[in-house]
Design a protein around this ligand. Structure first.
Ligand code: NAP
Length: 306
């Protein structure tokens, strides 16, 4: 495949940027991939693993001469990174991010970018519970969605080029408006993560009572919760702090439904439980039919995909 960008700068070299670096290099999508991360250790690992062609000590250095800059740090630090790189960006460059929340990232990043740069926020809906430079793999984005969230009037050619990059990494690309993105993700990802964190926390409290039987006899439902609840604490703290309204809205609805089911259990309303579970089963079938998961016995979790 021919190069889509001349030089891509990856700011942050963890799971997402590492996977991008590997995919970009494997498919020859850029002539050069430059990377940077906060710690010297991550930068050294990135070179060892070939996540990029070279690393720089600072983000300001990394973006020099790059025609695409990817912000792949926790959402809470996107604004600070944008402030650092703003004065060093090449005229005409595209800046994108991969943050799990869009409105707050846009508000934090946009004010620091010069007018002669295109800002096209993005969010690949792909990940695992692993983080750091060792966690990346080139096929992470295969058959996963990547949502592009360009502002009204964004440059069409720049948007098309970023779309082409994600498609070349195997993703299916769609456009979305930032507030809608944050609400959809609150339902499909953010609230479920909080519920998993809570369930594992409750089980951990119980474990002290049951003398580790919770771990020993851990069944499929709980094991899936523990996998989700092993996700990176920094990333998820930032997601909840920056997608506050939408997450609270969904958790409010969740609590109401939970109370209704709790009541059905207490009053012995089997019909309500049966009807509810029949409806939710259809949703699971829809996800499998849409190719976003597998119905293999272990949900295909032997592979690295989520
Ligand atoms: P990660 O594996 O934890 O990597 C984060 C990277 O950011 C590391 O290279 C880290 O450097 C750097 N970093 C952390 N704090 C920093 C700071 N204060 N200043 C500068 N650099 C800092 O994270 P990830 O999973 O790739 O996530 C990156 C972004 O992608 C996040 O915005 C997240 O919301 C989004 N995202 C994640 C997933 C997922 O499932 N994980 C999916 C889609 C989108 P050091 O290693 O040197 O500390």
């Amino acid at each position: 495949m021919s190069a889509i960008y001349d030089r891509i700068a990856l700011i942050g070299l963890g799971l997402i940027a590492g996977s991008m670096g590997l995919a970009i290099r494997e498919h020859g999508l850029a002539n050069e991939v430059v990377g940077t991360a906060r710690s010297a250790e991550t930068r050294a690992v990135a070179v060892d693993l070939g996540l990029c062609d070279r690393v720089t000590e600072t983000a300001a250095e990394a973006v020099k001469g790059a025609d695409l800059v990817v912000l792949a740090v926790p959402v809470g630090v996107m604004g600070a990174v944008a402030e650092e790189i703003g004065p060093h960006l090449a005229p005409g460059a595209t800046v994108t991010d991969v943050g799990s929340v869009k409105r707050r990232v846009i508000d934090a990043v946009a004010p620091h970018l010069p007018e002669n740069v295109h800002f096209i926020p993005a969010h690949p809906l792909a990940g695992t519970e692993h983080s750091g430079p060792h966690a990346g793999f080139a096929t992470l984005f295969q058959n996963r969605w990547c949502l592009l969230v360009p502002a009204d009037g964004a440059d069409e050619a720049a948007t098309g080029r970023l779309r082409a990059l994600w498609q070349a990494m195997g993703a299916n690309v769609e456009m979305m408006e930032p507030d809608h993105h944050d609400l959809v993700l609150a339902v499909t990802s953010h609230a479920p993560h909080l519920i998993a964190y809570t369930m594992v926390g409750v089980a951990d409290d119980l474990r002290r009572v049951t003398d580790s039987e919770v771990i020993k006899y851990s069944a499929a439902g709980f094991r899936d919760f523990t996998r989700i609840a092993a996700s990176d604490p920094t990333m998820w703290r930032d997601v909840f702090l920056t997608n506050k309204e939408a997450t609270l809205e969904i958790l409010g609805r969740f609590t109401e439904e939970l109370f209704a089911l709790q009541r059905a259990i207490r009053t012995g309303d089997g019909q309500q439980l049966f009807d509810y579970f029949t409806r939710t089963r259809a949703i699971r079938r829809g996800i499998i039919e849409a190719g976003q998961d597998t119905d293999a016995p272990d949900f295909g979790r032997g592979t690295k995909r989520t």
